[in-house]
Design a protein around this ligand. Structure first.
Ligand SMILES: *Cc1c(COP(=O)(O)O)cnc(C)c1O
Length: 493
């Protein structure tokens, strides 16, 4: 018999645990006539048996999936320094609130008279986000960041169309997130890349020469993907506005600004916010998110329907919006995410939100100072909530950012973001967020320094990492193109 440790990372497949006749349920004897389902329902309505479908007990299913869940790395296990993703801790009180019966069971088809509380949550969240961003109106409909970007660009398109010409191009700095050009293309625009200057910011001269009457607007991430605040944003916005364009801000990095600076005050016309980043909703794995879009007054008439209006004492859904770009999401968006975001905002209050921002920036700068002696820092401008090193020094010894990231797994951390942004060669993009204690950050910093030293003495150790996981380094291209999801024993594990 195969001997297996009690808790093991070598979990058998459910198919291998199967034993004929085992069931996860037991039903009482029928108290109605026993009929043949095929005869009663017809073959079209009866599911065929699945060949080799595993037959296991309830406890076997529970244990199998619980064991599998322990193979994941999670923010509840430790620092998750994935740059650009803002992997912060999600306070449990948000979950508690989202699970309250009246909220968790609210149904979108329930009459308005029974939905007043849920509608009030939406309105309160919109108002809070308008205040935080310095904008005039907010829609909470979009389901995620990229979806918010698309909504925002469609709003720009709708306004320009009403003015007589939707224009052809969107300008995007080369430090942008990859979703930005994709968004512009899907909204029917050509993308023109704007080269960054040496400090990693928008080059105003390049912007001015690119800006003309064919350009619908500028799409700018601020702080940008280098973690650097666009110091010339007011001038950049003026250049775009002078030629009749609009400024869209990718606000996924709002964790560096909340309570400190408001995009509405520095020339932005429309922006999106990632609730699942900045406002502490669990994310990763493609789960529900929130990508609200905040706009200035000129874009308000085009916001997705419905809007919530106050009529007397009651809130009402207003679908009569002739200039609206329409709906971008079924019903009103991901309501559970809104509840969590509002709970987070109200629990923190203005002062608390501001402190979170300050701590996020402090943590990133602490890591920068501690690691600067060991890793190359190509852009020296003051950084905010994240810091981007390059692997230049390690690459000379044959070790690249991806190898360092894999070795970091052996030290018990999730890797940082590898090879992004593209303007940094061999990027190591690190974002600690405000969640982390000095103790946790010091363990991370010590791990990174230890790896830098290993590369000098024993690069092979790093090149062959990870050594502590059930699967070591995989051929990533083949793994992506021809995934083998069946587990095979790894020698020595
Ligand atoms: C995460 C991110 C996005 C995309 O957000 P999703 O919710 O993943 O669609 C866009 N821009 C930036 C800068 C981001 O960090």
């Amino acid at each position: 018999m195969k001997v297996r440790p009690h808790i093991t990372q070598n979990e058998d497949l459910l198919f291998e645990m199967s034993s004929p006749g085992k069931k996860g349920y037991q039903l009482p004897a029928l108290d109605v006539p026993d009929v043949d389902p095929l005869a009663a329902l017809g073959a079209a309505n009866v599911r065929a048996e699945i060949d080799g479908f595993p037959e296991v007990s309830e406890v076997e299913v529970i244990r199998h999936f619980t064991r599998l869940s322990t193979w994941n790395y999670a923010i509840d296990l430790g620092l998750y320094p994935l740059g650009s993703c803002t992997m912060k801790y999600n306070p449990r009180v948000n979950e508690l609130v989202a699970r309250l019966d009246g909220l968790a069971w609210a149904h979108p088809y329930q009459p308005e008279s029974l939905s007043q509380g849920a509608m009030k949550i939406i309105v309160q969240l919109e108002d809070a986000l308008a205040e935080i961003t310095g904008m005039d109106a907010v829609t909470i409909e979009p389901a995620a960041g990229a979806h918010g970007e698309l909504t925002g660009i469609l709003l720009i398109r709708a306004l320009l169309e009403k003015r007589g010409n939707p224009r052809k191009k969107i300008l995007i700095p080369d430090s942008a997130h990859g979703t930005n050009p994709a968004t512009a293309a899907i909204a029917g625009y050509e993308v023109e890349n704007i080269r960054s200057n040496e400090a990693g910011g928008i080059d105003l001269e390049v912007l001015a020469s690119a800006m003309n009457k064919d350009v619908a607007g500028l799409m700018v991430t601020n702080p940008n993907t280098l973690g650097v605040f666009e110091e010339s944003i007011v001038k950049a916005a003026a250049i775009v506005h002078a030629k009749g364009g609009l400024v869209f801000m990718d606000g996924a990095n709002m964790n560096a600004l909340v309570g400190i600076a408001r995009p509405g005050d520095f020339g932005v016309d429309v922006m999106h916010i990632n609730l699942h980043k900045t406002f502490s909703t669990p994310h990763g794995g493609g789960g529900p998110g929130g990508g609200p879009v905040a706009v200035k007054k000129i874009l308000e008439p085009f916001l997705p329907a419905p809007r919530i209006r106050r009529v007397g004492k009651n809130l009402k859904f207003d679908y009569k919006r002739p200039r609206s770009i329409g709906k971008v999401r079924a019903f009103y968006g991901n309501f559970g995410v809104m509840v969590r975001a509002l709970a987070y905002i109200l629990a923190h209050g203005g002062e608390g939100l501001r402190n979170a921002t300050v701590d996020a920036v402090l943590n990133a700068n602490y890591i920068r100072k501690k690691l600067e002696p060991y890793f190359d820092l190509p852009y020296k401008a003051p950084n905010m909530h994240e810091v981007v090193f390059s692997d230049d020094r390690q690459a000379k010894l044959g070790v690249r950012t991806g190898d360092i990231a894999k070795r970091l797994i052996d030290y018990g951390f999730h890797p940082y973001t590898v090879s992004f942004p593209l303007i940094v060669h061999g990027a190591l993009m690190i974002e600690p967020t405000e969640t982390e204690s000095l103790r946790e950050i010091d363990v991370f910093v010590d791990s990174m320094i230890a790896i830098a030293k290993e590369i000098e003495t024993d690069p092979q150790l790093v090149l062959t990492a990870p050594h502590t996981t059930r699967t070591s380094k995989v051929d990533e291209v083949t793994a992506a193109r021809k995934p083998v999801v069946r587990w095979r024993p790894v020698a020595g594990v």
